[in-house]
Design a protein around this ligand. Structure first.
Ligand code: PMP
Length: 284
């Protein structure tokens, strides 16, 4: 059975699923999106993703032409149509087709749901850890498009990702406008030092990751000391453990940064514990 894509209330074969080249999402990156996992037949953290989608849309003054309940229903319908038990959902709301030129007033938003698979890192890296670099591209300044908006404009992050790939790495740390650690190109970053788990606060210029929030909750339940903290490259280099979180990435250890071995050079014990708690939570 071929993949079915939901567009504005109708399901299409993936090769027939099309939007206009006049869509401002295509022309200008004008729109918002979510990446969501399906685990064991269930849309994981569905409500949280829908809430964030509406917050992103609000921030860019984009009116989603459906209620949150209708969007959730569209997602469920597309998952069912594709008979997906484990997979990945890309939920997109683009500004829609309008005239050429930036003015969005003639645009009619498009709501699109794609259900497919995703795997961004090879399996063995979940055991061995990732090597990453610090990118020369800074994360968006909060007064440009806030990093808290999950907008369709990822070019800055793509350039950082390409820089990582040129350095034979798969991810890159992006610093904020103050030179502090913000996050990676599609993941949040955590460190462990002297038994304390730390991650940059939301005002450090990060996307408030849903996996990040889950990992914080899991750490608190497991009585792992946790604090949101401003982190510099120095903190990251001298950490005992570093790991990344994201819907696509899940929880993955980082064992080398800018050529420096992190901790023992292997997945650390707190990362391992949180990975196990995360796995239990997605299956539970
Ligand atoms: N930061 C960025 C820039 C991202 O694109 C993502 C992926 N959505 C994340 C962090 C992780 O967020 P989440 O856990 O909600 O997927």
């Amino acid at each position: 059975m071929s993949t079915r894509v939901w567009i504005n209330g109708q399901l299409f074969d993936k090769y027939e699923a099309k939007v206009s080249v006049y869509d401002h999402g295509f022309l200008y990156g004008d729109g918002v999106f979510e990446g969501i996992r399906i685990y064991a037949g269930k849309v994981f953290k569905h409500k949280e993703h829908i809430d964030r989608l509406y917050e992103s849309a609000k921030a860019i003054a984009l009116t989603i032409p459906l209620t949150p309940e209708q969007v959730m229903q569209a997602v469920e319908e597309t998952v069912a149509a594709n008979k997906k038990v484990d997979g990945y959902i890309r939920l997109i709301v683009s500004r829609g087709a309008g005239s050429l030129g930036l003015d969005p007033r003639k645009c009619e938003p498009n709501v699109i749901v794609i259900v497919d698979d995703i795997s961004i890192y090879p399996k063995e890296l979940y055991e061995n850890g990732l090597e990453i670099i610090t990118s020369s591209y800074m994360r968006n300044h909060p007064n440009v498009v806030s990093p808290r908006v999950k907008s369709m404009n990822y070019l800055n992050n793509i350039l950082a990702k390409m820089e990582a790939i040129r350095a034979n790495c798969l991810e890159a740390i992006m610093l904020n406008h103050k030179g502090e650690v913000a996050e990676c190109t599609a993941d949040n970053l955590f460190i462990v030092r002297h038994g304390v788990l730390k991650t940059p606060p939301t005002d450090a210029g990060i996307l408030e990751g849903i996996t990040r929030n889950l990992v914080i909750d899991l750490a608190k339940e497991a009585n792992i000391p946790f604090t949101e903290a401003t982190l510099t490259r120095h903190d990251v280099y001298i950490a005992d453990e570093v790991f990344l979180t994201g819907t696509a990435a899940e929880v993955i250890a980082v064992t080398k940064i800018d050529g420096r071995t992190i901790g023992s050079g292997k997945q650390g014990p707190i990362t391992k514990q949180l990975r196990e708690l995360f796995t239990a939570s997605i299956r539970g």
